[in-house]
Design a protein around this ligand. Sequence first.
Ligand code: S3P
Length: 455
Amino acid sequence: MQLLFLLNKKMNSNKKLEPVKKNGCLSGEVFVPPDKSIAQRAAILSSIAEGESLIKNFPNSGDPQTTLRVIQQLGVKIEDKSWTQEGNLNLVIKGNGTHGLTEPTDVLNCGNSGTCLRFMLGVLASNPNIKYTVMSGDQSLRKRPMKRVVAPLKELGANILGRNDNRLAPLTVVGKELNGGFIENKIASAQLKSALLLAGLNAKNSLTIEEPAISRNHTEIMLASYGANIQRISDLSVQVLPSSLMGCEVVIPGDISCAAFIITAALLVPNSRVKIRNVGLNPTRTGFLEILQRMGGKLIIKQKNADSTKEIIGDIEASFSEMKGIEIAGSIIPNIIDELPILSLAAAQATGTTIIKGASELRVKESDRLKAMFDLLSKLGVRVIEEEDGLIIEGRGGKPFEPNGDIFYANHDHRIAMTSRIGSLISTKGIELDGSEWADVSFPGFYDTIENLIH
Ligand code: S3P
């Protein structure tokens, strides 16, 4: 599986991204890769559950594959069962409870994945069986802030040491039994909340976590289905009691964050209409659909189930729309954090100005995404101002982008690579993207999927 990912990486690399030809459009129906957030949670919860879990539709993308490799390094056995029609995997993960994890013989390399590193910090710091682990990742991950997770875990008694006064990976973890209590997070981050919830499973007493705004709730939903004793106290706080997990069956829905690139492309390329099937519609992830609708985007959203204790799935159809600029700010920001790069591109095609505020978290993603979007939009001939916590974008009112001939850099960032591709579809000429292979982190086959939609 990993080999396939590396091969793809070599084959894609630098790419010339061509515009859609005159009178061309995007049309058709697609499935997007399974959700990387949900898949990584399924891998991690299965690894510490008692007994076998069957994970259906596990993605072949970089981050989820990294997480599988990390849990294997901790002694967990995984069996590939079969492939789905779309080329994803059905897996059996053989958990043996938290105490089944064994000390790894090498550094745990979490690659590009913040989810993997931060979640596993919670799992390992609270596991007295694992006396010594070193966790690290690629160049991008080693620059990302870890103190937000390390500090609250230390408040619960964890023994973690990291580079630069515990701010950065590599991090050393000496597992031990932690205390419960109450933690008030300063940042609305699902990775931080989840690391604490996972640590709470093994703590001496209950742990309550409060966040400043609602972040994605996949961990809470999945912990409940693995049998954890978890309850929502209010919209912003959740409590977990010491619990053991039981293996179960999980079906991973399509990744709404991958769908965002295709939906936006269909809204921006004249005459387009595209349908995306079986995609996750968890309301803590769908804020960008509301934003696109507020901008004038024509979307038809069909839910196929409606039980909020489960992951909601459905189909989304998007067709070309005249878009208008709006203000994007406030408590919706954590919900749309991964879609802000592609929403900025939509804003750049809209009529009027779009102001994005309160999004300084974008500076600490796989790359500094405010700077990356400022650079990208500037190279596309868009008038844009970079603020400390956002962007002010003057929309071109549907006028094609005019690339200035510079090379675009993906900056180790899948979402920046994919946003560049969508921008190139509506440009006066092609653009050269350095690092196109980074799209594989969440969306292997992304460029071919777009190519196949072009008519
Ligand atoms: C994720 C949470 C978000 C998101 C990331 C995946 C998760 O990060 O940006 O792509 O799987 O929980 P933060 O928790 O840092 O906001």
